[in-house]
Each structure stands twice: as C-alpha cells, then as structure tokens.
Design a binder for this molecule. Structure first.
Ligand code: ATP
Length: 265
C-alpha cells in the first residue's frame, strides 16, 4: 500500500470543521473543512489573501476561530494555547525563521526537545539521576537530528551567521526535536533558490517516509506543492475552492480562474 492509500484508509489525524475567522468586517475564513490523514503531505494553496496564513495560525493556535472546530485525533485543540500544541504532537516552522539568533545550532535544536521533556528547575539543579538520564537521551536525539539534516558541521556555529537556507533547516531540526505527529510548514520555500527548493522537497518527503510525520504545507511555490503533496486544498476569498490530488486541483476550472484572476490584479 502506498503512503497516500495508507493515509486515506484511517480516521483523520487532524480534522478542520467549518472554521470561520472574521477580522472586523473582513471574513478571512468561511466554513472551511478538510481532513488530514496520517502519512499525508497536504498542500494548502490559494492566491494572495485567500486565507492560508489565517488557517495556519488557527492550527498553530495563534488565532481563535469565531465558529467551527479543529480536532487532533478526535479531540478539539481550540482550548490549547500556542505554547502547548507541541505536547499533543503539532510542530511548526515560521515563514521568516524564528530561532534564537545568538545561540548555537545545537542549543536551538535542544530547545525543541523541551516541549516533550518533563524536567523542572528543582530536579535540574539537584541533577537527579533521572534528569541525567534524560539529558543524555536529549543529547543523543539532538545529535541524530543534526546528522539527519546534515547540520553536524555547523552544530557549534551561532545561528545568526548562517545562510538563510541553513537557518531554515535548523528550524526544521528544532521542530523535529519535539517528535511531532504533524508538522506545519509555513512557506518553507520562501527565500530559497531553485536548487535549495529541490533539496527541500526531497527532505520533506524523506521526513514523511522515514519518520512517519504528517505534513501540512502552506506554500506559494506551486512546483514544490504539486511535486510532493499527495492531497491539495485550494482556498480563495476564505472559502474552500477545491480539493483532491495535485492533478485534480491543477485541472479544476475554479482554481485556474482564481489564479488567472489574481495575476490580472
Ligand atoms: N490580523 C488581521 N487583521 C485584519 N485582517 C486580516 C488579518 N490577517 C489577515 N487578514 C485578512 O484576511 C484575509 C486572508 O488573509 P491571509 O493572510 O490569511 O491570506 P493568505 O492566503 O495567507 O495570503 P498571502 O498568500 O498573501 O499570505 C485577507 O483579506 C487579509 O487582508
């Protein structure tokens, strides 16, 4: 069974149900619903102002829908603050990279593991045996992720001095360090050159295949979305315009019209 078939055969990992978001008088999302299944790479596309970022921000809990629900493994996530979504297996990256610029790559990735470790300041300062064991497990995990993302050679470098493409990889490493079930990627190809986008596509697919992580990709780079997504949801003016395989969505007359319309503006 392929990853895509496997994905469709199970209950949704994440369910977006009739989500509405209104800013003042502007309806940013109106009744958007779709399912994400385990093992899927889902591409969320749409012209400028379609509502992609708003939906992404609802999923990462920065925005609260005015109606509707978002369920992770059947349970609503809407009462959860943004800093507590990692605990239920939702990881994210940011469009413009949000790392600690003056810390090393290693320390930035180590921060990611804290979402899933349970030590506290008293146990840490007493250096209890279980804290030492968990520290050693964290180090092993961080080293494994750095090797996986080919970041070992820059492990001790300060993040601010690294090229943007490398910083984006560090952000991915930090998100992976929290062991997410779903990874939300906000325009990961933004600011990357052609070769880097190709490498990124390959990497996202490997993350899904090797680590069994479900991926939601908000992306303007149509080539990337269409080459790696197995399911695509297209938004326009806050509504779902179409969903299906990349080929189905690309051939949808409403999607074609929405993109041509936006080019003319
Ligand atoms: N914080 C906000 N306050 C007021 N209006 C907002 C806010 N955020 C988004 N909007 C409006 O909501 C609508 C959807 O915007 P959103 O940024 O989600 O679209 P998008 O698909 O991500 O666009 P882009 O591709 O340009 O990033 C737009 O009309 C936008 O102007």
């Amino acid at each position: 069974m392929t990853q895509a078939q496997l994905a469709r055969s199970s209950d949704p990992l994440l369910a977006v149900r009739d989500v509405n978001v209104v800013f003042g008088g502007i309806v940013a999302l109106a009744g958007v619903s779709f399912d994400m299944h385990q093992g899927q790479i889902l591409g969320l596309i749409g012209p400028n102002g379609a509502g992609k970022t708003t939906l992404f921000n609802c999923l990462s809990r920065l925005y609260q829908p005015s109606a509707g629900d978002i369920l992770m493994e059947g349970r609503s996530i809407l009462s959860r603050p943004p800093h507590r979504i990692a605990e239920i297996g939702i990881g994210r990256t940011f469009q413009n990279v949000a790392l600690f610029p003056n810390l090393s790559v290693l320390d930035n990735v180590r921060v990611g593991t804290h979402a899933r470790t349970s030590s506290d300041i008293i146990s840490d300062s007493l250096r209890l045996a279980w804290v030492r064991r968990s520290e050693s497990a964290v180090n092993t995990k961080v080293q494994e992720i750095l090797a996986y993302l080919d970041l070992e050679s820059v492990a001790h470098r300060t993040v601010s001095g690294l090229p943007f493409g490398t910083q984006k990889r560090v952000e991915l490493a930090r998100a992976l360090a929290a062991d997410p079930k779903i990874l939300l990627l906000d325009e990961p190809a933004g600011g990357l050159n052609h070769e880097e986008v190709y490498v990124l596509g390959d990497l996202i697919r490997r993350i899904r295949d090797d680590r069994k992580i479900t991926v939601l990709l908000v992306e303007h780079h149509m080539g990337l979305v269409m080459s790696i997504a197995d399911h695509v949801v297209a938004l326009n003016f806050g509504r779902k315009l179409a969903e299906g395989t990349p080929a189905q969505v690309q051939a949808d007359p409403d999607v074609i019209k929405a993109y041509l319309g936006s080019k003319d503006q």
